[in-house]
Structures are given as structure tokens and as C-alpha cells.
Design a protein around this ligand. Structure first.
Ligand SMILES: [Zn+2]
Ligand SMILES: [Zn+2]
Length: 179
């Protein structure tokens, strides 16, 4: 693959550079040996300890997951999706976002949703009221109302919201956890 190859796109993670799933590095990838300028910063579920560098390309094509016998997300800990190809792509070819309790992907329309961003009250207030109201279903077991949720969640705090969007119908979903 040429060094100028386009940054890979990830079906379930909209912008992994903006989200911090990939950070800048001068080091070569431990999997492919190339200096790609980026390394994976998220979770790695593997039997073996791994302290090396994984480039975005080796996440995208599954090489890193195969070589390390690793997953980046445990689909068993996410919402159920029946198509195993989707679970395989989520587990082995998708950079995870960073959370307190481990990455969790909601599902909608038979597939996993795409991770959009970390959110707190400030970000939720910027969404349209229609979108915001549609998110409350995901929060209603914990919060009395959206206002209470927006008070509690902070993009960089001890209770963080994780915003997702369905790839088919664009319904937003929200998951949150705390430290
Ligand atoms: Zn690589
Ligand atoms: Zn949907």
C-alpha cells in the first residue's frame, strides 16, 4: 500500500481522528512496519499484552486483530445484531471509542450504529430538540428528564455520553457511563 493511501474510513466510527481513537506518532506500525503517522489509542482485548503501535490501515483491514488475536470491541457486550459479518467488522476492523466501562455499541435497523462523538450537556443542547427528545428513550431508565441528563453528562467528565447514529434511518442513540 502506498504511503499516500487515503485514510481508511470506518463504517461504525465516523471520525476516529477527531475522537482521538488515532493519535499522531512518528513510530512505525508494529504490524505492517510502515510509518503511517497515526497509532491506535483505543481498547485492545487480547490474551497477550501488546505495547506496540497499530496503524489505522492495520485496524481497517483486520491485520492487527488477526496478528494479535485481538478484538477492539466485544460484540457480546454490545446490543445484539444477528448478522455475524457486522459483529466481525465491529470487533476486528473498527477502532473503539474510549469509555470508562468498555466500548458498547447500540444497534438499530439490524446493524450497529455509527459512533459520532463524545457528548455532554453542552453538546446535547446544540442538537435539534427533535433529535434530543428522541434520545431520551435511551436515558429514561436513569434520568427523570432530558434536562437532568444534560446536567449530569459532560464531554470530559466523570459521566460521559456517547452519541451514535443509525446508518440506515439516521435515528440517534445515546449511551453513557461513568467512572
Ligand atoms: Zn500497520
Ligand atoms: Zn435505524
Amino acid at each position: 500500500m502506498a504511503m499516500t493511501a487515503e485514510f481508511p474510513s470506518f463504517k461504525y466510527h465516523r471520525d476516529p481522528i477527531a475522537s482521538g481513537a488515532f493519535a499522531r506518532t512518528d513510530s512505525a506500525c508494529s504490524i505492517c512496519g510502515s510509518k503511517r503517522g497515526f497509532k491506535y489509542e483505543g481498547e485492545i482485548f487480547s490474551q497477550q499484552d501488546f505495547e506496540g503501535v497499530i496503524c489505522p490501515w492495520c485496524v481497517a483491514d483486520g491485520k492487527a486483530a488477526i496478528k494479535l488475536n485481538a478484538e477492539f470491541t466485544d460484540p457480546g457486550a454490545s446490543e445484539a445484531v444477528s448478522d455475524r459479518r457486522f459483529s466481525e467488522e465491529l470487533a476486528c476492523r473498527t477502532p473503539a471509542y474510549t469509555s470508562f466501562q468498555g466500548p458498547y455499541w447500540p444497534a438499530h435497523c439490524g446493524d450497529y450504529c455509527c459512533f459520532v462523538d463524545y457528548v455532554g450537556g453542552d453538546e446535547l443542547r446544540k442538537l435539534s430538540s427533535e433529535v434530543r427528545d428522541s434520545l431520551f428513550e435511551d436515558l429514561s431508565s436513569t434520568f427523570e428528564n432530558m434536562e437532568e441528563a444534560m446536567e449530569a453528562l459532560h464531554r470530559e467528565g466523570s459521566a460521559v455520553g456517547y452519541l451514535f447514529r443509525c446508518l440506515k434511518c439516521e435515528q440517534h442513540r445515546l449511551f453513557w457511563d461513568c467512572d
